[in-house]
Design a protein around this ligand. Structure first.
Ligand code: CA
Length: 506
């Protein structure tokens, strides 16, 4: 029988750290004595920090080797460093960041990794075979939902090679300042969502006929547009949508999976409902998998501006060249200004759940969040919803809000998303599979039928980051091939598409 591994009592991320995180389920009681001789003065909950030394008021609190805050008052060695004791430091100054000074060496290539996907006419691949029906305005959502329900009941069973029919409803299209400078963002999102690779090149846009976002701006081909105001009565519009859908279902049904290189995959990374173990277990494992994907030639994007803003000084040295660095700073500045206009700053990001999970503030959250990006060079930076032009590790600027980030990454063409969570969320996307990675054993026990991968075993000392990283990589290949199903797909749990619209609504 294998010898049972020791459960580590606390997790220190860097030699320079003066706090450490309690990994044990349920936390640790006052009086707990660590190997190093440190005694806890009070109960410290799981995911929360204990002071390793006395920290004087105003002194730096260091985790991940980085200053995550300043002590609001004297903190005694062995006490619980709870949120109110951690004052938020200022964000890194954007104009003084070193660019491309520590560009990581290219890691040895991983050759021979393939998956079973669908090949599209434009050379891209699909991980699902979906009929996507887009919209140019929210007004049509009710009619489209009615038609899609009937398509699924009456037509889809005749075309067994098609996985599903997806209505791309959203809140944009009319009642918006369509010519506002920032309207380019939601318009780009609607356009690029309609062209998602999992739709196999089939485009169909349902519009109303009087909206500001003309359907012709979504698709140039008039044969792909149905404007409801052109039809006599409700039934004729439903019949038209169903007829156009069936034409496309027939073509999609002819598609079969073929062997494709992993290099053709575009994988999105995100976190949501993070806790202090996110940066210890799930995010570093995803980062390891990201490096494997990059080594296999794939495209990997990480996002969530407010969650990299405080760690941007750790990213700018890693960009492939100075231009990529300037693009990264451009996106950070854009978001600083966006938040400023709303009279908040990046500290508005953290949620009550994050704090309950031990994340004192956005700096600590950001340090854990960027672990998802692994160790590769950042080769390109995208504005929200833009498509990548390069393979490798990409920074795709998006809000951190789960469903908004998910929608932006779909517009950027991800075939699959890997999503880490500590607090737990049933989140899923209808257009691309979502693999959910949990940060702690107790979450996997609580939600065995929602969490796909348990990285909590790392905190318990049962597995390593490398092992879980490989597990995620293999699961990506299996899910992309249709051999394995994510829990979200199994139950059909899909969030709404939520466009990012930084422009005014009229
Ligand atoms: Ca998120």
């Amino acid at each position: 029988m294998a010898k049972e591994k020791e459960v580590p009592l606390y997790i220190k991320m860097d030699e320079a750290d003066n706090v450490a995180v309690v990994g044990k389920d349920g936390g640790l009681p006052a009086g707990t004595v660590f190997d190093c001789g440190l005694t806890l003065l009070e109960h410290v909950p799981q995911g929360h920090k204990a002071a390793l030394v006395d920290i004087k008021k105003g002194e730096a609190i260091v985790r991940y080797g980085e200053v995550i805050g300043l002590a609001a008052k004297d903190i005694k060695q062995g006490s619980w460093v709870e949120e109110s004791l951690v004052e938020l430091p200022t964000a890194p100054e954007l104009d003084e960041l070193p660019l491309a000074i520590k560009v990581p060496q290219t890691l040895p290539p991983l050759e021979g990794y393939t998956f079973e996907g669908y090949r599209n006419a434009d050379g891209s691949v699909s991980t699902k075979n979906l009929l996507g029906i887009s919209t140019s305005v929210q007004c049509v959502a009710g009619v489209l939902n009615y038609a899609v329900k009937r398509i699924k009941e009456e037509l889809l069973p005749k075309y067994p090679n098609v996985d599903d029919v997806v209505a791309l409803n959203h809140a944009y299209g009319c009642g918006v300042a369509i010519n506002a400078p920032e309207a380019v963002v939601p318009i780009r999102l609607v356009k690029n969502l309609a062209l998602h690779p999992n739709f196999g090149g089939e485009v169909l846009v349902v519009g109303l006929g009087c909206e500001k976002l003309l359907p012709e701006r979504v698709t140039k081909d008039k044969n792909n547009i149905i404007s409801l105001q052109d039809y006599q009565g409700f039934d004729s519009m439903v019949q038209k949508i169903m007829a156009e859908a069936e034409m496309r279902l027939k073509r999609l049904n002819k598609r079969t999976r073929v062997t494709c290189p992993v290099a053709d995959l575009v994988i999105g990374l995100q976190c949501g409902g993070s806790d202090a173990l996110s940066g210890v277990t799930a995010n570093p494992s995803v980062g390891y998998a990201a490096d494997l994907l990059v080594r296999a030639g794939a495209t990997v994007m990480f996002s969530e501006v407010t969650e990299v803003r405080d760690a941007v000084h750790l990213l700018t040295p890693r960009v492939a060249n100075e231009q990529v660095g300037r693009d990264l700073i451009r996106e950070m500045k854009w978001y600083d200004r966006y938040l400023e206009l709303g009279e908040v700053d990046r500290s508005a990001n953290t949620t009550p759940g994050n704090k309950k999970g031990g994340l004192a503030n956005i700096v600590e959250k950001a340090m854990g969040s960027i672990a998802k990006s692994g160790k590769s060079a950042i080769v390109e930076v995208l504005r929200p919803g833009e498509r990548p032009t390069k393979k490798g590790l990409i920074y795709a600027a998006t809000p951190a809000s789960d469903f908004v980030c998910g929608t932006c990454q779909l517009a950027s063409g991800i075939h699959l998303q890997v999503f880490t969570t500590g607090r737990g969320t049933p989140y899923g996307l209808s257009v691309a599979p979502v693999i959910k990675v949990g940060t702690r054993n107790s979450l996997k026990q609580q939600w065995p039928d929602l969490i796909d991968v348990n990285a909590g075993s790392i905190a318990a000392g049962e597995t390593t980051i490398e092992e879980v990283g490989w597990e995620i990589f293999r699961l990506i290949v299996d899910v992309a091939s249709g051999r394995k199903e994510t829990w979200a797909d199994h139950w059909g749990l899909y969030n709404d598409l939520c466009l990012f619209n930084p422009a005014p609504i009229t």
